[in-house]
Design a protein. Sequence first.
Lengths: 265, 361
Amino acid sequence: MKALSQKRRHPAAFAVLLLLGLLLTGGLYAAATTVNQAQASELPGDYTADQVDEGERLFVANCATCHGINAEGTSEGPSLVGVGAASVEFQVGTGRMPMQMQGPQAQAKPPQMNDEQTTQLSAYVASLGAGPGIPDEEYLDADAGDPARGGELFRINCAMCHNAAAAGGALTEGKYAPSLHGVDEVHIYTAMTTGPQNMPVFNDANIPPEDKQDIIAFLKTYEAQGSPGGFSLGFLGPVSEGLLIWTLGLALLIGSMVWLTSRSS
Amino acid sequence: MVDNGHGGRETGAVVTADTGSDGKFAIENPGLPPHAPRTADVDEKSAKRAERQVSVLFILSIIGTVVFFVGYFAIGRTAEEYADYFDQMAMLRVQNTLLGVGAALAMLGIGLGIVHWAKTLMPDHEVVEARKPLRTEKDREEAAGILNDVAEESQVKRRPFMVGSLALAALLAPLPFVAMFRDLDRAYGEDFSPERLRHTLWEEGTRLVRDPTGTPIRAADLTIGSAVHVIPENLREITSHGQRLSEKAKSVVLLMRLSPDDFEHTSPGREDWTYEGIIACSKVCTHVGCPIALYERHTHHLLCPCHQSTFDAAQEFKVVFGPAGRPLPQLPITVDDEGFLIARSDFTEPVGPTYWERHDG
């Protein structure tokens, strides 16, 4: 310690301290940011420069009003830097974007862009910054997944919002989790990786691609299987079942009472 | 109106409805409407038609019974022969339908047929039965007499010991139920104490693992907006299935990553309970204990599906809506040397709804 205090006034001390400080700050910053970028490793796929250019033209014409001319976001819409091609595939591919009107959440409708245009938009958005990419075809094959295991994963991770039968359900203030019946495999997958609207993100580190495939297999199996117990009544449980028995059941009871007590002509 | 100085109200003789002597207000007894014969009574063709209708209903019942057994035996047997699961399910659906429709027809056909028979073909007498006159005093005496007879004949007054033993027996008989309900909480044979509700499987250094796969969670793997359903790693060490389930029910945790800027409030002492915006809470609602996992990542709200209690993850799970009385307990977390998320300690308060022995509201 004595040696250190003696050399404190050495002319090189200032330079050494400055260097140490810079290294420490830089190192800490790098450590902090890698935590967030760890998942942003999916690089923009094999898009051509033409696709990116065409995508930018489409973007400026259809999306820039809300998302800003450079996709930097405005008060009307979020920034698209780093949301990845998967977000475009989900939002544009299901018709949610371009949005019909501002509301609690974007609603699915017949897609406005065709597949080619969707790919071009994906290429442009992917070129803005790294984000979740389009999933590998092999993980979208429902037949190769394990529906039973997928069912277990679905019930733990998804069923609380999307309903145990994937029929969807209400959230707060007009928001809702949509029904998953008839949703394309790629859109089920990209919804998990991007977390659209208020849905949490289930990235590939949390639910690995094989598990996502199992979940898709479960949903597709469930869809094909139909309702084993007769009329599903929207799979909404006691609400729709109770309503039916109150209206139809009571009407039948009253009808039979009227018939029993009426006099034959 | 004549003002007679009594607040404007007319006074005078009370007018009562007179049923009769002068016939001014009397309502004439309309008597019974003339008996109208049914078509089946006068028209033989119509009677034949009614007979056919009744028979058709009975035959429907017979068909229903046959349909039930066709579904029960024929289809039940063939369903097992289908190798494909979907075909099996489809056949079972058909079978269920046939069983239900068949049994319903079998019962309804007979019931409807008999009612129709009674209404159209059985004799159509109209009978008038006069109401018995009321004899209040006499009825009251009769009732008192019956009660007296009961007291006399059962010898309640003369044999006090017998009556006393009955009273004691009636007091003691419900005790087995009291004991049974009281011992419901000793289902696992341990000395139960409400203290057990204060503790879960979480302790210092317990790794957070995914439900149901049991894989540990690396902090770096969670992107902002992620949500993970978590169980303690030591849960799998419990071998008894029932006990594992009840421990799981207490210790389930939801893990979320928010942007560190999103946090609106951190109480003193809780500064190191989160890690880089990663925050964990108990999934058991503080209202009546439903599992909460409906997480909206932009509003940071957690919604309970049972009674719509809403908790804000950015404000230490404060109740922002609904009937819940307390915030969700937060699990203090950090990372270990390998970068996996671990608990700093157990929950610092009991999880789930309030109970009598909790003492802190």
